[in-house]
Design a protein around this ligand. Structure first.
Ligand code: G6P
Length: 366
């Protein structure tokens, strides 16, 4: 392995810092400004194949599963075809109904996760149409799928995935744009998204520059025993991935919840000792999200927001800010500060960031 730490204290920090460059690599040669679309050559699909897709299902484990949820939202928004994500680890055990008109996407950084590989084998046995979204060329999932999209994130060593997640989400934005443009997504909308994707590397770099502020917030809340991560629709997979990152490397108990579900139970847990991280995109649900924050505050719960919206002064106790882009891409940018938050909580607690207890980078056993 010639992938070295260099100036960085650990690989997670290095890999977070590499995200602008990793996204640039993922986009290179795949955006088509002339036809306002994206093209993923490795998929070996032509417009007729793309039109035949009636549903998309993303399968992955852990962070790859949450990236799949981002992908499913993007496909529904841009291509208006039904899409969802499911943990690959459950798939083969429930005798899944495999539909020939569904495009299955098996997501794996390592390409060696046994549960994901087994899902691919189950799909192939039942004649399913499965492609890979894999970072490691020549890995088991890549070979088994035969075609797919390579993530081009470069080597990822830290158990907690960062740049691979981001490149998964960016790749699914391109897939969704492509599926959308062979259907009814307008050239105007396509152009907006192509331009927006080109801005991502710079925008991610600017979020990484807020490290000092994020670290200060992390230190303030690092003593918490539990944290909620709250989001709705576009913010929901972001909340799940944020909770996952915090759990994995800091061992602080974190639970992700859909904002509207709070009132159906978890609100009972809110008190001054239970901070909530609320994901607040500048979109049509902004007023609803502000309402959620008010509900939490009214019960004495501290609130950290991660947002690109202009929120009323004093609404939240701490703000993690990201730049604005096209709303469909918000989940990509809103996740970055949550990686940084988890990193700094873990480091304030003196955890072994790259090698969290009980976890492996890729799980090749059942
Ligand atoms: C392990 C790691 C997670 C990772 C998951 C899927 O559980 O601890 O961080 O998200 O595997 O890994 P993959 O290589 O398939 O993306």
């Amino acid at each position: 392995e010639d992938y070295q730490l260099g100036e960085f204290p650990d690989f997670m920090r290095k890999e977070m810092a590499e995200q602008p460059e990793a996204v640039r690599r993922a986009l290179r040669g795949r955006l088509d400004t002339r036809f306002a679309t994206a093209r993923l050559g490795g998929l070996r699909l032509d417009p007729r194949d793309l039109r035949a897709v009636r549903r998309v299902k993303f399968l992955g484990c852990g962070t790859a599963y949450y990236a799949g949820q981002v992908g499913a939202n993007l496909v529904e928004e841009l291509a208006r075809i039904p899409a969802d994500a499911e943990p690959a680890s459950e798939f083969r055990y429930r005798n899944p109904v495999v539909d020939p008109d569904t495009l299955y996407v098996a997501i794996s950084q390592s390409g060696e996760t046994l549960d994901t590989l087994a899902a691919v084998q189950e799909l192939k046995r039942k004649g399913g149409n499965v492609i890979g979204a894999v970072n490691v060329v020549g890995s088991a999932v890549a070979r088994e799928c035969g075609s797919g999209v390579f993530l081009h994130a470069g080597p990822e060593v830290s158990v907690a995935s960062t740049k691979a997640y981001t490149n998964m989400a960016v790749s699914f934005a391109m897939l969704a744009l492509w599926l959308g443009r062979v259907r009814d997504l307008s050239a105007h909308h396509g152009t907006r998204l192509v331009t927006a994707m080109q801005q991502l590397p710079e925008q991610i770099a600017s979020i990484l520059e807020t490290d000092y502020e994020v670290a200060a917030i992390a230190r303030k809340y690092a003593h918490a025993k539990h944290m909620f991560f709250i989001g709705r629709v576009r913010g929901w997979p972001v909340a799940r991935e944020g909770a996952q990152k915090l759990k994995e490397i800091s061992y602080v108990h974190a639970e992700a919840y859909q904002a509207a579900e709070l009132k159906h139970g978890p609100l009972a847990l809110i008190d001054a000792e239970m901070p909530s991280v609320v994901v607040v995109p500048q979109d049509e649900l902004l007023a609803k999200n502000i309402g959620t924050i008010e509900q939490i505050k009214a019960r004495g719960g501290p609130v950290i927001v991660v947002t690109n919206a202009d929120l009323p002064d004093g609404l939240a106790d701490a703000v993690l800010r990201v730049p604005r882009n096209e709303p469909e891409l918000d989940p990509i940018l809103l996740t970055i500060p949550l990686q940084m938050l988890a990193y700094h909580v873990a480091s304030a607690l003196g955890r072994d960031i790259d090698k969290p207890r009980n976890l492996a980078k890729s799980v090749t056993v059942e």
